[in-house]
Design a protein around this ligand. Sequence first.
Ligand code: GDP
Ligand code: MN
Length: 397
Amino acid sequence: MNVHEYQAKEILAESGVTVQRGITASNTDQAVKAAIKLTEDTGTKIHVVKAQVHAGGRGKGGGIKLAKSLDEVKSISDNIIGMNLVTPQTPPEGKKVNLVLIAEDVYYPGESDPEEFYVSVLLNRSTGRNMIMYSPEGGMDIETVAEKTPHLIYTEEIDPNYGLLPFQARNISFNLGISGIAFKEMTKFITCLYNSYLKSDATLFEINPVLKTSDSKIIAVDAKMTLDDNALFRHKEYESLRDLSEENPIEIEAKEVGLNYVDLDGNVGCMVNGAGLAMATMDLIKQSGGSPANFLDVGGTADAERVETGFRLILRDPAVEAILVNIFGGIVRCDRVANGIIEAYKNMGDEIKVPIIVRLQGTNSGLAKDLIEKSKLNVIAAIAFDEAAEKVQKVLL
Ligand code: GDP
Ligand code: MN
């Protein structure tokens, strides 16, 4: 689950990470009130208006603007709230901004060259360990740094038996080229950041930029955070952080009915039992020149009701031009699955406008194929894997 910058900063602050302070607003009145309150609390006269959407690169897309007066807070918020923000990380059509964060300006006016760093904490899946990735080249996207100056990206891997050791945190400050009071501040910042990452069961924290002010403060100016969905059951406090408007509506619906659905870009809808077979099916579709529209694991019980729910979910995606059902009938016999498909098809009547290719392999697969062929529905039966792929390709041509 991804959260908004303002929510991520609240989580960070709880663990003692210094963050750029801010107050959210969903209309211009609230924005001006937030700015006045921030001036009272922090003394800042300049404010930053920051669009709250689940995407980075907001600055480049015009979703982050400096306001030098309350009038500017008002006019800038008026522009940003309701705007369709397009950044390199949003879908091409952009994302609608419903909320802004009015934040204190932490870049001192007149300061010639504020130092910005990049710090992230993430799970290294190949070693199974958490690591801190960091760079003195903050403020720009890390992909560009990786391409142009890869030697300026450092990593520190954390042994789960010992946790982040003090010398590792100091090593990070050292490699970032920091000295004096700021060295200690950065070391503390890194330690608190890592603690927060562990405590929140996150899989990604990305703070870009981390700012070092001329008076040696270390501040998280931005915060991107991904929380581990599989650990959310032990964080009831994070339930309210979910922003459904940022999630794929089909995925939300699937979750409600207990199906594992992931939306993809292609045109072939897939209904499969078992995650491994689902992955193999997507490969097969790719190999035969198609492109999967989704990942859907219907699990062990492929009965009529479940198949129907699956069809309905898949068909909500307008890009779907054909559906490939690929089910291995082990305990659940193929003839039962076939009957389930036929029944679901009949229930849905003319809601199904795309051809369905069904590949049933396993117990009673021959019987299943006969059942489907005799049903006279717009369903094409196959037994072999490549036979199914070929038939998908044929209907797409
Ligand atoms: P992103 O574009 O989505 O990554 O959003 P960020 O929160 O990282 O902000 C983008 C850029 O805006 C930062 O790299 C800063 O250069 C600038 N910025 C953010 N906060 C402030 C601030 O308080 N004062 C000034 N002057 N610039 C800021
Ligand atoms: Mn950023």
